[in-house]
Design a protein around this ligand. Structure first.
Ligand code: ADP
Ligand code: AMP
Length: 207
């Protein structure tokens, strides 16, 4: 199964992709996580660090090359789920070409939809455990005592607002692109994590 999770920042892509990835036994690949890991290791060029901090996208070529390399690894042979990639039509066409070169195709694109006011609350109160990568929310999924929490620099309210604007502008053409391919599944992201998971599994025919 080859899946893409789309949706604005805070929609719940990472949360759902982790759950569905475990259930299907395929890796979850997040370009945002890969870029943050590169930054933490001092491998991310400073102009890209600046773009991320400002809530702007990094150049297509950077993320396409990350995905090209990562999806070629042996653990992706039976499938993978992409979280936060593609975000632009050039990224989507590059992904199609990459898959076609191996005789493969995407099975489904899950687009999680949520009103803007909920997106801001979800992103601003998000905290991630640095050691495990587990995603928490200070109100809805409180972290256990002792968790080593990270508050993302781009989860401050002003940057989240900018990231939402970026998402809307850049993906305006991406949703129709996947709609035309007949693989777009729109999911209502309002409700508890379990409820949204049930909708995702239903859309994938896994319930
Ligand atoms: P994305 O990957 O789309 O940016 P995340 O999966 O990181 O979003 O979720 C954003 C925040 O919202 C996190 O703090 C997460 O714990 C919380 N969250 C995710 N899904 C739900 C839900 N269904 N109800 C309440 N909070 C949620
Ligand atoms: P995310 O963790 O998906 O919210 O991504 C965090 C940040 O990483 C984004 O605001 C962008 O700066 C960058 N990023 C992640 N994925 C992409 C992508 N597919 N294209 C361009 N920039 C990306």
């Amino acid at each position: 199964m080859r899946l893409v999770f789309m949706g604005p920042p805070g929609a719940g892509k990472g949360t759902q992709a982790r759950i569905v990835g475990v259930r299907c036994g395929i890796p979850q690949i997040s370009t945002g996580d890969m870029l943050r890991a590169a930054k933490a290791e001092g491998r991310l060029p400073s102009d890209l660090v600046g773009r991320m901090a400002a809530g702007a996208l990094v150049p297509d070529a950077v993320v396409i090359s990350l995905i090209d390399e990562r999806t070629g690894k042996p653990d992706c042979a039976d499938g993978f789920m992409l979280d936060g990639f593609p975000r632009t039509v050039p990224q989507a066409t590059a992904l199609q070409a990459l898959l076609e070169a191996s005789g493969l195709a995407l099975d489904h694109v899950i687009a999680i939809e949520l009103p803007r006011s909920l997106l801001i609350e979800r992103a601003v109160l998000r905290r991630t455990d640095k050691r495990t990568g587990q995603i928490y929310h200070l109100k809805y999924s409180p972290p256990p005592p002792g968790a080593d929490l990270e508050h993302r620099a781009d989860d401050r309210e002003d940057v989240v607002a900018k990231r939402l604007d970026t998402y809307e502008a850049m993906t305006a053409d991406l949703l129709p692109y996947y709609e035309d391919l007949g693989i777009l599944r729109r999911i209502d992201g309002v409700g508890a994590v379990d409820e949204v998971t049930a909708r995702v599994l239903h859309a994938l025919g896994l319930d």
